[in-house]
Design a protein around this ligand. Structure first.
Ligand code: FAD
Length: 406
């Protein structure tokens, strides 16, 4: 199925909720694709499966997600990938539409961001034909999760300072080190792991990417809970033997693909959709409590709405830059920085609208809306850290946009 076919079947339907600054950029085929995706998410079976995910007790997480498999059956989990790897051969726009709709409908997006947008995309760009054939179809079908092992206990933003090391061992390598703040690794078969393979005068040289089988002896995964009850992991890797087939891209040359990939991931699309979902819930609460008519609340709601619309337009302009083959590191740093500045404000306003009950947590049977507001209050600070911190985004703008340091 292609966007064009969909458009021919359903040419003139206009959904007013699609009218937005960003939406004026889409083709009719892409709008029709969005409607098909929305119809998918409106189906009873899908809604129930998503509700069931949200009914988990705090600190309980699902592994493989059924709705991912349902999307995978349609080639929609990775719609921009070629058909031979389980995609639909569509463009980053259709991929962005699926991501946006997933988040708007409350489906967790992190597994997709890790497995498809990061690890899978790496394999598509710099993997061998064997690596692609082996991993991509299972990832695109939602039958397997892959994770990312970049951050270490002493280095996150300054990733080139990593200490995980792989040393030559005959025709292979021996990998040892510690990784932290990775997600879903307890469910994943494979992880993309950055390690130092060479020491030279320039720290950006000598980093190699490995596909690490996480069930290997020598890999120990332990939970590290965030204040938002989201599970991160610490992974200790001890002397795991890897071969040439585990190397992704060129030996010692991992730095450039890491940066290229982070740039593609950093559109702000997932963040803006999450904030839109949260703000819509706040507006509903404001309506229910009558606060929507109080000018102090109304004004803040309207301003947030305007800023989220601007953030959405920025996110979509980053996707369109990818389509044009002109991804812009400075503009995507600005998009990510801009939208995540509002996370805190949306949840703060939400808690003021609900009042003291909004402080009741998911653990409390009396909590309104199962304590979701209190949970997102604790989760929202992560927005300004994940995929590059706000300060690092500003550094990129300062250095490469304004050339302040040259
Ligand atoms: C939700 C979430 C998901 C994540 N998923 C993964 C994952 O799957 N895999 C993975 O490997 N990692 C993951 N991470 C880790 C993430 O990449 C790091 O948290 C991030 O890179 C920041 O690194 P750090 O936590 O070590 O903080 P640091 O780099 O130590 O930064 C601490 C503070 O100092 C500031 N700072 C650092 N350098 C500068 C500078 N040059 N100028 C000004 N200020 C600076 C930062 O902005 C920050 O406020 C995830 C993090 C989050 C929050």
């Amino acid at each position: 199925m292609s966007g064009t076919e969909l458009n021919e079947k359903d040419p003139g339907r206009v959904d007013p909720s699609e009218k937005d600054l960003a939406d004026t950029w889409f083709t009719d085929g892409q709008r029709a694709f969005r409607r098909a995706v929305r119809d998918f998410f409106a189906a009873d079976e899908v809604r129930k499966a998503i509700d069931a995910l949200q009914d988990h007790a705090p600190r309980e997480e699902s592994g493989l997600i059924d709705v991912y498999r349902m999307l995978g059956e349609r080639g929609w989990l990775a719609p921009a990938w070629p058909k031979e790897y389980g995609g639909q051969g569509l463009s980053p726009v259709e991929a962005g539409i699926v991501l946006e709709e997933m988040v708007l409908h409350g489906l967790p997006e992190d597994q997709r961001v890790l497995s498809i947008d990061t690890v899978g995309q790496f394999l598509l760009e710099v993997g061998t034909p064997e690596q692609r054939a082996r991993h991509l179809p299972r990832l695109a079908a939602g039958e397997e999760i892959a994770t990312v092992l970049f951050t270490e206990p002493h280095c996150g933003s300054d990733l080139a300072a990593l200490r995980t090391r792989a040393v030559r061992d005959g025709d292979g390598w021996r990998l040892s080190g510690r990784k932290i703040f990775n997600q879903k690794s307890q469910f994943a078969e494979w992880a993309l792991c950055a390690a130092r393979t060479d020491d030279g005068p320039v720290k950006y040289h000598g980093i190699t990417l490995f596909l690490l089988p996480l069930r290997s002896p020598g890999v120990v995964i332990s939970p590290v809970w965030s204040m938002g009850d989201e599970r991160f992991n610490e992974i200790v890797i001890e002397d795991v033997r890897l071969t040439a087939e585990h190397i992704v891209g060129q030996v010692h040359e991992g730095w450039q693909p890491i940066n290229d990939m982070l740039l593609l991931e950093r559109t702000g699309m997932d963040f803006q959709a999450k904030l839109r979902r949260w703000l819509d819930a706040v507006v509903e609460d404001a309506r229910r409590t009558g606060r929507i008519t109080e000018p102090a609340y109304a004004q803040r709601l309207v301003e947030l709405d305007a800023n989220l619309r601007a953030g959405r337009a920025l996110a979509w302009s980053m996707v369109l830059a990818q389509v044009a083959g002109e991804p812009d590191p400075v503009a995507s740093a600005a998009a990510k920085w801009f939208i995540t500045q509002y996370s805190d404000e949306v949840v703060r306003l939400g808690s003021e609208v609900i009042g003291l009950d909004g402080l009741l947590s998911t653990w409390d049977g009396e909590a309104p809306d199962l304590g979701r507001l209190e949970a997102v209050y604790r989760q929202s600070p992560a927005h300004t850290l994940a995929s590059g911190t706000s300060e690092v985004m500003l550094q990129i703008i300062a250095a490469s946009g304004l050339h302040l340091f040259s």
